[in-house]
Write a protein that binds this ligand. Sequence first.
Ligand code: PMP
Length: 280
Amino acid sequence: VVGYYNGQYVNPSEAAIAIDERGHEFGDGIYEVIRVYGGQPFLLEWHIERLQNSLNAIRITSPYDANGYRELIQNLLEKSGETEASIYLQITRGSAVRNHLFPAAEITPNVSAVVRPVPDKGEQTPGKLLMQPDERWANVYIKTLNLLPNIIAKQAAHDAGADEALLVRDGKMIESASSNLWFVRDGELITAPTDRYILPGITRRFVLELANELGIPVREEKLSVTELSSIDAIFITGTLSEIFAIDTVLSHPDLPVSTPLQDVAPHPIVVTPDTCKTEW
Ligand code: PMP
């Protein structure tokens, strides 16, 4: 494992950051997670593009141009010697005496990174989602450090024996706590459009491209919770979760699934609050 902070290689579990650090105090920063396969950062250009979009959205001047990011990542990878790895890259507004207002322009962003080996997952069996109200803010498209609602939703899913949360906003199934959400219905792929309420996943973009190459029809639309019964299959996508099949959706008492459960297709299975009440 290799850690990096503002030009130095550091131990990622040892202190390197000032208390007056805006990422630390306010979550005032953004991040990316990049997967490395066979020594090659996968879809790196799209990650760099999204990183720059996130920085622009919260008005942090990018400390590097695209080439600077490529070099930084290459150096981190060489230093780590890893070939199957994840790279966590974080940029914050900088360190300054705590004040909500942006610090003076001479403050420079703090750049940190961690490279970790990714173990082989082996063969995976399909997983479960737990519906959770989407309590995140209205600018989810920015990959900010503020992940508290995601963390709480994912923990609730874990506590209920599920692998991920299925976040529901205004009755619509949006995405998961750290992955995008896909449905298959009548041979068509369906996923939420990239508006401000989803994170525009790099893996999502890759799957869209694959579907296009393969001639698989795709509809970018938010499905209602009540449409679950018409779904043939579900999967989620993410840089580290890759493409992960789902065969069960556990519902939530505040998010009623109105369809008669006996009509639900064998995949996915919807479990009502009644049947899984004891688990949460
Ligand atoms: N949605 C959310 C909320 C996420 O945190 C992530 C993972 N960063 C994703 C979707 C998937 O995005 P990506 O494919 O770029 O990892």
